[in-house]
Write a protein that binds this ligand. Structure first.
Ligand code: PHE
Length: 341
Protein backbone atom coordinates (compact mmCIF):
# COMPACT_ATOMS: atom_id res chain seq x y z
CA UNK A 1 0.00 0.00 0.00
CA UNK A 2 1.57 3.28 -1.11
CA UNK A 3 1.36 6.74 0.43
CA UNK A 4 -0.50 7.92 -2.70
CA UNK A 5 -3.10 5.21 -2.27
CA UNK A 6 -3.62 6.25 1.37
CA UNK A 7 -3.86 9.91 0.42
CA UNK A 8 -6.41 9.07 -2.29
CA UNK A 9 -8.41 7.02 0.23
CA UNK A 10 -8.40 9.93 2.71
CA UNK A 11 -9.66 12.34 0.04
CA UNK A 12 -12.34 9.95 -1.14
CA UNK A 13 -13.50 9.25 2.41
CA UNK A 14 -13.83 12.95 3.31
CA UNK A 15 -15.54 13.68 -0.02
CA UNK A 16 -18.04 10.89 0.70
CA UNK A 17 -18.69 12.26 4.18
CA UNK A 18 -19.11 15.82 2.98
CA UNK A 19 -21.57 14.74 0.31
CA UNK A 20 -23.89 13.39 2.97
CA UNK A 21 -27.19 15.31 3.03
CA UNK A 22 -29.54 13.22 5.12
CA UNK A 23 -29.74 11.17 8.25
CA UNK A 24 -30.06 8.00 6.15
CA UNK A 25 -26.96 8.81 4.08
CA UNK A 26 -25.02 9.53 7.25
CA UNK A 27 -25.94 6.13 8.64
CA UNK A 28 -24.93 4.52 5.36
CA UNK A 29 -21.54 6.29 5.62
CA UNK A 30 -21.06 5.04 9.17
CA UNK A 31 -21.80 1.44 8.14
CA UNK A 32 -19.38 1.66 5.22
CA UNK A 33 -16.46 3.47 6.86
CA UNK A 34 -16.70 3.63 10.63
CA UNK A 35 -17.78 0.24 11.99
CA UNK A 36 -15.48 -2.57 13.21
CA UNK A 37 -15.00 -4.07 9.75
CA UNK A 38 -15.47 -0.77 7.90
CA UNK A 39 -13.12 0.71 5.34
CA UNK A 40 -11.10 2.90 7.74
CA UNK A 41 -10.43 -0.07 10.00
CA UNK A 42 -9.38 -2.10 6.95
CA UNK A 43 -6.80 0.57 6.05
CA UNK A 44 -5.34 0.40 9.55
CA UNK A 45 -5.14 -3.38 9.18
CA UNK A 46 -3.09 -2.94 6.00
CA UNK A 47 -0.49 -0.81 7.83
CA UNK A 48 1.49 -4.07 8.15
CA UNK A 49 2.09 -4.13 4.36
CA UNK A 50 3.53 -0.59 4.37
CA UNK A 51 7.35 -0.31 4.13
CA UNK A 52 8.87 0.44 7.51
CA UNK A 53 10.12 3.95 6.68
CA UNK A 54 6.71 5.06 5.43
CA UNK A 55 4.78 3.67 8.38
CA UNK A 56 4.89 6.85 10.54
CA UNK A 57 3.58 9.02 7.69
CA UNK A 58 0.81 6.61 6.68
CA UNK A 59 -0.06 6.06 10.32
CA UNK A 60 -0.38 9.80 10.87
CA UNK A 61 -2.49 10.26 7.73
CA UNK A 62 -4.89 7.54 8.82
CA UNK A 63 -5.10 8.82 12.41
CA UNK A 64 -5.78 12.35 11.16
CA UNK A 65 -8.44 10.97 8.85
CA UNK A 66 -10.10 9.04 11.67
CA UNK A 67 -10.20 12.12 13.92
CA UNK A 68 -11.54 14.41 11.17
CA UNK A 69 -14.17 11.86 10.20
CA UNK A 70 -15.26 11.46 13.82
CA UNK A 71 -15.52 15.21 14.34
CA UNK A 72 -17.37 15.92 11.14
CA UNK A 73 -19.59 12.89 11.68
CA UNK A 74 -20.58 14.16 15.14
CA UNK A 75 -21.37 17.60 13.75
CA UNK A 76 -23.53 16.18 10.96
CA UNK A 77 -25.29 13.88 13.39
CA UNK A 78 -26.22 16.82 15.55
CA UNK A 79 -27.47 18.82 12.63
CA UNK A 80 -29.80 16.11 11.36
CA UNK A 81 -31.03 15.37 14.85
CA UNK A 82 -32.03 19.00 15.43
CA UNK A 83 -33.94 19.00 12.24
CA UNK A 84 -36.05 15.98 13.15
CA UNK A 85 -36.47 16.96 16.79
CA UNK A 86 -40.08 16.63 18.00
CA UNK A 87 -42.22 19.70 17.26
CA UNK A 88 -42.95 21.98 20.23
CA UNK A 89 -46.59 20.96 20.18
CA UNK A 90 -47.88 17.43 20.07
CA UNK A 91 -50.51 17.35 17.34
CA UNK A 92 -51.67 13.92 18.44
CA UNK A 93 -52.89 15.14 21.83
CA UNK A 94 -56.69 15.41 22.12
CA UNK A 95 -57.84 19.05 22.16
CA UNK A 96 -59.07 20.83 25.26
CA UNK A 97 -62.85 21.11 25.10
CA UNK A 98 -64.20 24.67 24.88
CA UNK A 99 -67.33 25.39 26.91
CA UNK A 100 -70.33 25.51 24.59
CA UNK A 101 -73.17 27.99 24.87
CA UNK A 102 -76.82 27.03 24.70
CA UNK A 103 -80.18 28.69 24.30
CA UNK A 104 -81.56 30.30 27.45
CA UNK A 105 -84.10 28.03 29.20
CA UNK A 106 -86.88 30.57 28.59
CA UNK A 107 -86.07 30.58 24.88
CA UNK A 108 -85.97 26.78 24.84
CA UNK A 109 -89.45 26.75 26.41
CA UNK A 110 -90.69 29.29 23.89
CA UNK A 111 -89.35 27.17 21.01
CA UNK A 112 -91.17 24.11 22.34
CA UNK A 113 -94.41 26.07 22.83
CA UNK A 114 -94.21 27.45 19.30
CA UNK A 115 -93.56 23.95 18.04
CA UNK A 116 -96.60 22.49 19.81
CA UNK A 117 -98.96 25.25 18.71
CA UNK A 118 -97.78 25.42 15.12
CA UNK A 119 -98.45 21.68 14.85
CA UNK A 120 -102.01 22.45 16.00
CA UNK A 121 -102.35 24.93 13.12
CA UNK A 122 -101.44 28.23 14.82
CA UNK A 123 -99.29 30.81 13.04
CA UNK A 124 -96.88 33.13 14.88
CA UNK A 125 -97.41 36.91 15.05
CA UNK A 126 -95.77 39.79 16.89
CA UNK A 127 -96.66 43.29 18.06
CA UNK A 128 -94.93 46.34 19.59
CA UNK A 129 -93.72 46.52 23.19
CA UNK A 130 -94.57 50.22 23.40
CA UNK A 131 -98.35 50.36 23.17
CA UNK A 132 -101.12 52.91 23.33
CA UNK A 133 -103.96 52.89 25.82
CA UNK A 134 -106.39 51.88 23.12
CA UNK A 135 -104.73 48.55 22.23
CA UNK A 136 -103.51 47.63 25.71
CA UNK A 137 -106.80 48.51 27.46
CA UNK A 138 -109.70 50.15 25.71
CA UNK A 139 -110.22 47.80 22.76
CA UNK A 140 -109.81 44.93 25.22
CA UNK A 141 -112.93 46.10 27.03
CA UNK A 142 -111.21 47.99 29.86
CA UNK A 143 -113.29 51.24 29.99
CA UNK A 144 -111.33 54.30 31.21
CA UNK A 145 -112.18 53.94 34.89
CA UNK A 146 -112.39 50.18 34.96
CA UNK A 147 -110.89 48.84 38.20
CA UNK A 148 -109.23 45.97 36.32
CA UNK A 149 -106.69 48.48 35.00
CA UNK A 150 -105.25 48.48 38.50
CA UNK A 151 -104.53 44.77 38.19
CA UNK A 152 -101.98 45.59 35.55
CA UNK A 153 -99.45 47.87 37.34
CA UNK A 154 -98.66 49.81 34.19
CA UNK A 155 -95.38 51.58 33.35
CA UNK A 156 -96.34 54.77 31.51
CA UNK A 157 -94.01 56.70 29.21
CA UNK A 158 -93.62 60.49 28.89
CA UNK A 159 -94.51 60.10 25.18
CA UNK A 160 -98.13 60.39 24.15
CA UNK A 161 -100.20 58.97 21.32
CA UNK A 162 -102.07 61.12 18.77
CA UNK A 163 -104.99 61.59 21.19
CA UNK A 164 -102.67 62.93 23.92
CA UNK A 165 -102.82 59.82 26.10
CA UNK A 166 -99.52 58.55 27.46
CA UNK A 167 -97.94 55.61 25.69
CA UNK A 168 -97.07 52.66 27.88
CA UNK A 169 -95.06 49.46 28.05
CA UNK A 170 -97.55 46.73 27.24
CA UNK A 171 -98.65 44.91 30.38
CA UNK A 172 -99.67 41.80 28.45
CA UNK A 173 -99.53 40.40 24.93
CA UNK A 174 -103.31 40.72 24.50
CA UNK A 175 -103.03 44.00 22.51
CA UNK A 176 -101.52 41.90 19.72
CA UNK A 177 -104.92 40.16 19.47
CA UNK A 178 -106.44 43.55 18.59
CA UNK A 179 -103.68 44.36 16.11
CA UNK A 180 -104.21 41.01 14.40
CA UNK A 181 -107.97 41.41 14.13
CA UNK A 182 -107.44 44.91 12.73
CA UNK A 183 -104.93 43.65 10.19
CA UNK A 184 -106.65 40.54 8.88
CA UNK A 185 -110.08 39.01 8.58
CA UNK A 186 -111.01 35.72 10.22
CA UNK A 187 -110.57 32.82 10.41
CA UNK A 188 -107.59 33.61 12.63
CA UNK A 189 -105.52 31.13 14.54
CA UNK A 190 -102.32 32.65 15.88
CA UNK A 191 -99.94 32.72 18.81
CA UNK A 192 -98.15 35.91 19.82
CA UNK A 193 -95.09 35.54 22.02
CA UNK A 194 -93.30 38.54 23.50
CA UNK A 195 -91.95 40.58 26.35
CA UNK A 196 -94.29 42.38 28.77
CA UNK A 197 -93.78 44.81 31.65
CA UNK A 198 -95.45 45.38 35.00
CA UNK A 199 -94.55 47.63 37.87
CA UNK A 200 -94.47 44.80 40.34
CA UNK A 201 -92.45 44.12 43.47
CA UNK A 202 -89.71 41.66 42.50
CA UNK A 203 -90.04 38.34 44.26
CA UNK A 204 -89.52 34.60 43.76
CA UNK A 205 -92.75 34.62 41.73
CA UNK A 206 -92.68 37.88 39.79
CA UNK A 207 -90.41 40.20 37.87
CA UNK A 208 -91.14 43.61 36.35
CA UNK A 209 -90.20 42.29 32.91
CA UNK A 210 -91.25 38.85 31.72
CA UNK A 211 -92.68 36.99 28.73
CA UNK A 212 -96.10 35.86 27.66
CA UNK A 213 -97.41 33.76 24.84
CA UNK A 214 -100.82 34.92 23.68
CA UNK A 215 -103.14 32.81 21.60
CA UNK A 216 -106.18 33.76 19.54
CA UNK A 217 -108.59 31.68 17.54
CA UNK A 218 -111.50 33.33 15.73
CA UNK A 219 -113.89 31.36 13.56
CA UNK A 220 -117.57 30.80 12.95
CA UNK A 221 -118.18 27.83 15.22
CA UNK A 222 -115.58 28.02 17.96
CA UNK A 223 -116.63 26.90 21.42
CA UNK A 224 -115.31 26.64 24.95
CA UNK A 225 -114.78 22.92 24.24
CA UNK A 226 -112.22 23.88 21.55
CA UNK A 227 -110.44 26.10 24.06
CA UNK A 228 -110.29 23.33 26.67
CA UNK A 229 -109.10 20.75 24.16
CA UNK A 230 -106.38 23.10 22.95
CA UNK A 231 -105.16 23.81 26.48
CA UNK A 232 -105.24 20.12 27.49
CA UNK A 233 -103.41 19.05 24.33
CA UNK A 234 -100.77 21.65 25.02
CA UNK A 235 -100.32 20.60 28.67
CA UNK A 236 -99.99 16.93 27.74
CA UNK A 237 -97.44 17.64 25.01
CA UNK A 238 -95.44 19.95 27.24
CA UNK A 239 -95.49 18.02 30.49
CA UNK A 240 -96.35 14.46 29.45
CA UNK A 241 -99.69 12.69 29.06
CA UNK A 242 -99.84 11.84 32.79
CA UNK A 243 -99.99 15.52 33.83
CA UNK A 244 -102.90 16.41 36.12
CA UNK A 245 -104.72 19.69 35.42
CA UNK A 246 -107.82 21.60 36.37
CA UNK A 247 -109.80 24.59 35.12
CA UNK A 248 -111.03 27.29 37.47
CA UNK A 249 -113.44 30.12 36.66
CA UNK A 250 -111.71 33.49 36.52
CA UNK A 251 -112.17 37.03 35.31
CA UNK A 252 -110.64 39.07 32.49
CA UNK A 253 -112.44 42.06 30.90
CA UNK A 254 -111.72 40.76 27.37
CA UNK A 255 -113.04 37.20 27.78
CA UNK A 256 -116.39 35.84 28.91
CA UNK A 257 -116.52 33.27 30.34
CA UNK A 258 -112.95 33.29 31.63
CA UNK A 259 -110.90 30.52 33.16
CA UNK A 260 -107.48 29.68 34.47
CA UNK A 261 -105.79 26.35 34.02
CA UNK A 262 -103.67 24.88 36.79
CA UNK A 263 -101.37 21.92 36.60
CA UNK A 264 -100.17 19.85 39.50
CA UNK A 265 -97.26 21.37 41.41
CA UNK A 266 -93.96 19.92 40.18
CA UNK A 267 -92.24 20.25 43.53
CA UNK A 268 -94.61 18.57 45.93
CA UNK A 269 -96.60 16.44 43.47
CA UNK A 270 -99.82 18.02 44.71
CA UNK A 271 -99.24 17.62 48.44
CA UNK A 272 -98.77 21.35 48.98
CA UNK A 273 -95.57 23.36 49.39
CA UNK A 274 -94.11 26.87 49.47
CA UNK A 275 -94.01 27.19 45.65
CA UNK A 276 -97.70 26.35 45.15
CA UNK A 277 -98.68 28.25 48.30
CA UNK A 278 -99.77 24.95 49.86
CA UNK A 279 -102.51 24.41 47.27
CA UNK A 280 -100.85 21.63 45.25
CA UNK A 281 -101.63 23.49 42.00
CA UNK A 282 -99.84 26.04 39.83
CA UNK A 283 -101.56 28.37 37.39
CA UNK A 284 -100.06 28.33 33.90
CA UNK A 285 -102.56 30.07 31.65
CA UNK A 286 -105.43 32.54 31.69
CA UNK A 287 -108.02 32.02 28.98
CA UNK A 288 -111.61 32.44 27.88
CA UNK A 289 -114.05 33.13 25.06
CA UNK A 290 -113.35 36.44 23.33
CA UNK A 291 -115.76 39.09 24.70
CA UNK A 292 -118.30 40.41 22.15
CA UNK A 293 -117.16 43.98 22.92
CA UNK A 294 -113.64 43.07 21.79
CA UNK A 295 -114.98 41.64 18.52
CA UNK A 296 -117.07 44.79 17.99
CA UNK A 297 -114.03 47.01 18.61
CA UNK A 298 -112.37 45.17 15.72
CA UNK A 299 -115.42 45.49 13.46
CA UNK A 300 -116.33 41.83 13.71
CA UNK A 301 -119.97 40.81 14.11
CA UNK A 302 -120.29 38.74 17.32
CA UNK A 303 -123.36 37.03 15.85
CA UNK A 304 -121.17 35.54 13.17
CA UNK A 305 -117.67 35.26 14.72
CA UNK A 306 -116.63 33.81 18.05
CA UNK A 307 -113.37 32.60 19.39
CA UNK A 308 -111.14 31.94 22.30
CA UNK A 309 -107.97 33.52 23.61
CA UNK A 310 -105.30 32.47 26.07
CA UNK A 311 -102.18 33.91 27.65
CA UNK A 312 -99.33 31.88 29.13
CA UNK A 313 -96.53 33.17 31.32
CA UNK A 314 -93.50 31.69 29.60
CA UNK A 315 -91.29 31.94 32.71
CA UNK A 316 -93.93 30.10 34.71
CA UNK A 317 -94.10 27.33 32.11
CA UNK A 318 -90.27 27.14 32.21
CA UNK A 319 -90.18 26.89 36.00
CA UNK A 320 -92.62 24.02 35.90
CA UNK A 321 -90.54 22.29 33.29
CA UNK A 322 -87.15 22.75 34.93
CA UNK A 323 -88.00 22.69 38.63
CA UNK A 324 -86.50 26.17 39.12
CA UNK A 325 -88.52 27.55 42.03
CA UNK A 326 -87.37 31.20 41.96
CA UNK A 327 -88.05 33.22 38.79
CA UNK A 328 -85.06 35.47 39.53
CA UNK A 329 -82.66 32.57 38.91
CA UNK A 330 -83.64 32.73 35.25
CA UNK A 331 -82.21 36.23 34.83
CA UNK A 332 -79.18 36.36 37.10
CA UNK A 333 -77.05 34.89 34.29
CA UNK A 334 -75.35 32.56 36.72
CA UNK A 335 -73.47 30.10 34.55
CA UNK A 336 -73.97 27.36 37.16
CA UNK A 337 -77.72 27.63 36.59
CA UNK A 338 -77.73 28.23 32.83
CA UNK A 339 -75.27 25.45 32.01
CA UNK A 340 -77.73 22.88 33.34
CA UNK A 341 -80.09 23.50 30.39
N1 PHE B 1 -103.70 38.96 29.31
C1 PHE B 1 -104.01 38.14 30.46
C2 PHE B 1 -102.96 38.43 31.54
O1 PHE B 1 -101.97 39.03 31.26
C3 PHE B 1 -103.98 36.69 30.12
C4 PHE B 1 -105.08 36.29 29.19
C5 PHE B 1 -104.86 36.28 27.83
C6 PHE B 1 -106.34 35.93 29.66
C7 PHE B 1 -105.88 35.91 26.95
C8 PHE B 1 -107.33 35.54 28.81
C9 PHE B 1 -107.12 35.53 27.47
O2 PHE B 1 -103.12 38.04 32.68
Amino acid sequence: MTVQEVEAFCQETLAALRAVSSREQLEQFRLTYMVQKGRIRQMFDRLRQVPKEEKPLVGRLLNDLRRTVEEEFAALQQRFEQRTEKPAIDPTLPGRPLPRGSLHPVLQTLDRMIDIFTRMGFTVAQGPEVEDDYHNFEALNFPPDHPARDMQDTFFLRLTDSSGKPLLLRTHTSPVQIRLMEAMSPPIRAIMPGRVYRNEAISARSLAEFHQLEGLCIDEHTSFADLKATMITFARQMYGSAIRYRFRPSYFPFTEPSAEMDIECFLCGGKGCRVCKYSGWLEIVGCGMVHPNVLRACNLDPERWQGYAFGFGIERVTMLLTGIDDIRLLYENDIRVLSQF
